[in-house]
Write a protein that binds this ligand. Sequence first.
Ligand SMILES: C[S@@+](CC[C@H](N)C(=O)[O-])C[C@H]1O[C@@H](n2cnc3c(N)ncnc32)[C@H](O)[C@@H]1O
Length: 208
Amino acid sequence: MRDLAYLTRLHREPSPLLLELEQHGLREGIPIVDRAAGRFLSVLVHCMQANRIMELGTAYGYSTLWMALALPPAGRIWSIDPDMERTEIAVSYFRRAGVEERIEIINQPALEVLEWFPQRNLDIVFIDALKHQYEDYLEAVIPLLKRSGIVVVDNLLWSGRAAETPSASDDESTKAIRAFNKAFLNHPDLDATIVPIGDGIGIGARVD
Ligand SMILES: C[S@@+](CC[C@H](N)C(=O)[O-])C[C@H]1O[C@@H](n2cnc3c(N)ncnc32)[C@H](O)[C@@H]1O
């Protein structure tokens, strides 16, 4: 905990708009990625010079905005979330940040639209939607990644619940995250790891 507090103090503050979005999410109980996870996504986008990004789970656009602010000028993000009320708020932040042209919101359930996208075309896919669908998302998005493209996944520690001894009273999301973590780390098409950033971030590079 002391290390985390030290690192939090050490980093520069995010932009005022990201800070406002953090507060907005907190106030309205909208689950958003941890600030450290947002910063990690930003670094990944910069170091890969990622041009084509897909996100599953937009909500108020906090993680989207971290990635959009790191995109090169011609870069594009497709962000999928069926909740139009949430994504309208996201778009208002994208507009204020001057990045709305780079982001296309798709208001449908992810598994209904992923097959529309061309294969071997994406640099990054960020998964942060329904936990019980994580394994299905993974299988559907790997074909969309370029070789060496990466899939990044949030909540793999699930607030400590993933590491607890399994019990009959575990909820469906906890069971799904545990099963996902095994499948992810052993996936034959990925070189994958899980790191304790925020609520646990998985990062897997397509190797075939
Ligand atoms: C944890 S929130 C996303 C937070 C966002 N990535 C951030 O950090 O700002 C999960 C979102 O997934 C959305 N969602 C629910 N079902 C979905 C589905 N079938 N496909 C895509 N997104 C879905 C919810 O509406 C919710 O806004």
